[in-house]
Design a protein around this ligand. Structure first.
Ligand SMILES: C[S@@+](CC[C@H](N)C(=O)[O-])C[C@H]1O[C@@H](n2cnc3c(N)ncnc32)[C@H](O)[C@@H]1O
Length: 251
């Protein structure tokens, strides 16, 4: 029965301690990135939870280096925390492109890159639903990280698939490249929106009443369905953090 157990950890307290232990015994991420994370949490408390956690950043860094990615595209930059992870992972001879809707977030990101001497990240300001289909890189990306508005996930994925056809000139993602869809379980609602899910009690704000019934959750389910029905993709839906759907483009 153990293999079929749906329980990640026996309860929340044990889960927290196990997570802290795993974080402590995983290769750390550079000090300037930890400090930037702390700085944003202090100075932008209302939106700081947009950033990936340090523990997720550790995993992303490990994955990227193991995979040997040199070119990464990020959809949803915020103030550049995850871009700093990608920038470090690909190294000075690698390249990161970020798509961000909000000019003030993009400006903060650019300022952070400049302050930290980061030269391998370029941010394109605009609605990624419009900018993503216009990208025609001279060399395809090795990885694409999707972390913008959740309602757009199915469209982002369809665009990536359409713009990465085998044999096409200037394809977006290379054969064997990875697509990471972040927050793919969204407080678990995507898989379980029943009353058993304690997140139903959380106040997500006036715009997000009964969030488990929202378009965001429906769109994330559609994303997972597209991935599982697309023969061109193989994937691992990782249930850690807020869920990350990691797909590999086969052709
Ligand atoms: C969750 S945050 C990204 C966090 C970042 N990846 C990190 O971990 O540090 C999502 C970002 O996507 C941006 N965004 C939302 N909708 C977008 C769109 N249609 N096009 C481009 N960016 C968008 C938001 O402005 C926000 O900054």
């Amino acid at each position: 029965m153990k293999d079929e157990s749906p329980i990640l950890y026996p309860n929340e307290r044990v889960g927290e301690r196990i997570s802290a232990y795993a974080k402590a015994y995983t290769t750390g991420i550079p000090k300037h990135i930890i400090e930037y994370h702390g700085h944003i949490r202090e100075t932008m408390p209302k939106t700081a939870n947009y950033m990936v956690s340090i523990s997720q950043a550790q995993a992303m860094l490990f994955l990227t280096k193991t995979f040997g990615a040199k070119r990464i595209l990020e959809v949803g930059v915020y103030v550049g925390l995850s871009s700093l992870i990608w920038s470090h992972a690909v190294g000075p001879d690698g390249q990161v492109t970020g798509l961000e809707f909000d000019p003030s977030f993009a400006k903060s990101a650019e300022e952070a890159f400049q302050k930290q001497g980061v030269k391998n990240v370029q941010v394109i300001v605009g609605d990624a639903l419009e900018t993503l289909p216009t990208l025609a890189p001279t060399e395809p990306y090795d990885m694409i990280f999707i972390d913008a508005q959740k309602s757009g996930y199915p469209e982002y994925l369809n665009t990536i698939l359409k713009s990465s056809q085998p044999g096409s000139q200037r394809r977006l993602l290379r054969q064997g490249g990875l697509i990471l869809g972040d927050n793919i379980l969204r407080c678990g609602f995507v898989a379980d929106d029943s009353e058993d899910n304690p997140w139903r009690e959380f106040d997500f704000g006036p715009q997000r009443r009964e969030y488990w019934k929202s378009e965001d959750i429906k769109a994330l389910r559609r994303y997972n369905e597209i991935v599982s029905k697309t023969d061109r993709l193989e994937n691992w839906l990782c249930p850690l953090w807020d869920g990350v759907n990691i797909s590999r483009l086969l052709d």
